[in-house]
Design a binder for this molecule. Structure first.
Ligand SMILES: [Zn+2]
Ligand SMILES: [Zn+2]
Length: 592
């Protein structure tokens, strides 16, 4: 069975061939395989609609049935240019000329999936060509042996795409498709994308009144009371778990003189991503991360080996100047709040500290039911610090993973220049993976800031710094949770945990009385006193995904009870108020 990437690549050729059959004169742009599918940018003589995709799929099926072989040919670059000129493929000719003249087809500095995808950069003499019947493409391959090896496919959408991403060049039509080894996997994928649309956190955020975005502050969410309630519940959990593990919380300033950023190195390589400000003729920058300032707290006292490890946690606002085109709801923002911490420790403590962070992550992710994958990234070619220290540190990370019984994948050479790291990816309910936690060892900042501790030998030594986050940022984590739960937060996280539904107006005072008792026991409770019918109130509470609806009428008021309905529609019937409260508190304590 060919691998998925090969299949996707081959499907892009078959799709382009089908479009050329149906719409003669269609010229080829580029068509790479992408995550979960493929696309092709095509210059079609007419504007395509989604109806046309049905015909394209049918033509693709015909080509697949013909078992047409993919035939490879290496042509002298001039011969390749002549071939594509003859076929009227001006875009391919442009790519080949760029390759011939510059050794690359890239435009600008941007690296996009389509850059250099069809050619071998640096090879200015020859070009790799693939033929599939009458179809000819410029491509490095590999492909399936013949078109019959293509799995079940589906074309998904059409969008406009400027040639080479340049708005001054012609606009082509980009057709997206997907292909899978089995019909079952295709079905599952199609369900996942439909479900992902339904769960889109921007849409659910509006519907559930969690947060909003306004043009006055791009990339910065306005958290509404309900969104804030979720964030507070996450914060409470985080503070408690940090305190239990010996972290101490600090808060450092947002607006900091450029001197600090120069010393930390951010000025040199991160300035473009910082918001700058002039204050009384001095240059300041809003902090994009907390690390440099945590070293000021470290240096505020003389540290001895007995003081280490020092675990400093900080959850303050950061600002990063992300380009407006890259902003994406809560998933990519300009204002972010990390559940950040920096651990300062001795080399011999690295292993135990990493073990502690791994345990922390596991305990928290278990509360959300996230399966996870671990990656260990090691020393890159250009690395800072003593090579022996690297060996010790990498071994400590690997040991910590091993002794925690955690399987991991190695990413050789992918560590940061200042130290090795562990990345933790989680899978959400739709099987999509997200990188949340990174644990980074850092030999660089302690060096730059001259951090020291006095060792047992009475001599000064350099501590190691560990950067780590568990949620990542609150903003992104909230977005991921909204999609993971499709807005139906578990009871402990739900912004409103219970809604009182009075049967008639005369039951409102009793409902208020019950609500006051529940709030006094820290249950987030609302009373729906609107003049609507009871059924309508229950439906609305269900739409707002409130875990408990408590109906109160004459019988309940008399007995000091509530009639309990769950979000799922299950009707638990009347319960004495105390019994309900106990039930709810037990579930909250268990993070249900
Ligand atoms: Zn190809
Ligand atoms: Zn840091």
């Amino acid at each position: 069975m060919p691998d998925l990437e090969t299949m996707r690549h081959s499907a892009a050729h078959v799709m382009a061939a089908a479009v050329q059959h149906l719409f003669p004169g269609t010229r080829l742009g580029v068509g790479p395989a992408i995550e979960e599918g493929f696309y092709y940018d095509l210059d079609v003589p007419q504007r395509l609609t989604t109806d046309d995709l049905v015909a394209v799929e049918a033509e693709m099926a015909r080509i697949v049935a013909g078992a047409v072989p993919f035939e490879w040919e290496e042509l002298d670059i001039d011969a390749a240019i002549e071939l594509f000129e003859r076929r009227g493929e001006n875009y391919k000719v442009e790519l080949l000329r760029a390759l011939q003249e510059r050794g690359t087809t890239r435009v600008g500095a941007a690296v996009r999936p389509e850059d250099d995808v069809d050619v071998d950069p640096g090879n200015t003499r020859s070009a790799s060509i693939y033929r599939t019947g009458d179809y000819v493409d410029l491509c490095l391959g590999p492909h399936v042996a013949d078109t019959s090896q293509l799995g079940p496919f589906k074309l998904l959408s059409i969008a406009g795409a400027y040639w080479r991403g340049d708005e001054h060049r012609p606009q082509l039509q980009r057709i997206y498709g997907t292909v899978w080894p089995t019909a079952e996997e295709l079905e599952q994928y199609l369900w996942r994308i439909e479900e992902a649309k339904r769960r889109d956190h921007r849409k659910l955020g509006r519907e559930l009144k969690l947060y909003l975005f306004d043009e006055v502050a791009p990339g910065q969410p306005f958290l509404l009371p309900k969104g804030m309630a979720v964030v507070r519940a996450l914060e409470e959990l985080s503070r408690r778990e940090h305190a239990r593990r010996g972290y101490q919380e600090i808060s450092t300033p947002s607006l900091v003189k450029s001197d600090l950023w120069e010393q930390s190195g951010h000025w040199g390589f991160y300035r473009e991503n910082m918001f700058l400000s002039q204050v009384e003729d001095e240059q300041y920058g809003f902090k994009p991360m907390n690390c440099p300032e945590s070293t000021i707290v470290y240096r505020s006292e003389l540290r001895s080996y007995r003081d280490l490890p020092l675990r400093l946690a900080e959850t303050t606002r950061l600002l990063r100047n992300e380009r407006s085109g890259t902003l994406n709801g809560l998933l990519r923002v300009r204002q972010l709040t990390m559940d950040d911490a920096h651990i300062f420790c001795r080399t011999d403590q690295i292993r135990a500290e990493i073990g502690g962070v791994l345990e922390f992550g596991r305990a928290v992710y278990d509360m959300f039911g996230f399966p996870r994958r671990y990656y260990l990234s090691t020393r890159p070619d250009k690395a800072l610090g003593d090579p022996e220290l690297w060996v010790t540190a990498e071994r400590a990370l690997a040991d910590a993973l091993d002794s925690s019984g955690i399987p991991y994948e190695l990413k050789p050479g992918e560590g940061a220049f200042y130290g090795p790291k562990i990345d933790v990816d989680i899978d959400d309910a739709l099987g999509r993976s997200w990188q949340l936690c990174t644990i980074q060892l850092d030999f660089n900042q302690p060096e730059r800031f001259g951090l020291e501790y006095i060792g047992e030998d009475g001599q000064p030594h350099r501590p190691v710094m560990i950067h780590r986050a568990v949620y990542g940022t609150y903003e992104r984590f909230l977005g991921i949770l909204v999609e993971h739960y499709a807005g139906a937060f578990p009871l402990w996280l739900a912004p409103v945990q219970a809604v009182l539904v009075p049967v008639a107006d005369r039951h409102v005072p009793y409902a208020e009385e019950v609500a006051a008792r529940l709030r006094a026991a820290d249950l987030r409770t609302e009373v729906d006193a609107r003049g609507e019918r009871m059924q309508a109130k229950i439906r609305d509470a269900q739409l707002q995904k409130v875990p408990y609806m408590l109906v109160v009428g004459d019988k309940e008021a008399e007995a000091g009870a509530v009639a309990v309905r769950e979000r799922s529609g299950e009707n638990r019937g009347p319960l004495p108020l105390d019994a309900f409260l106990r039930l709810a508190q037990e579930r909250i304590a268990a993070h249900e």
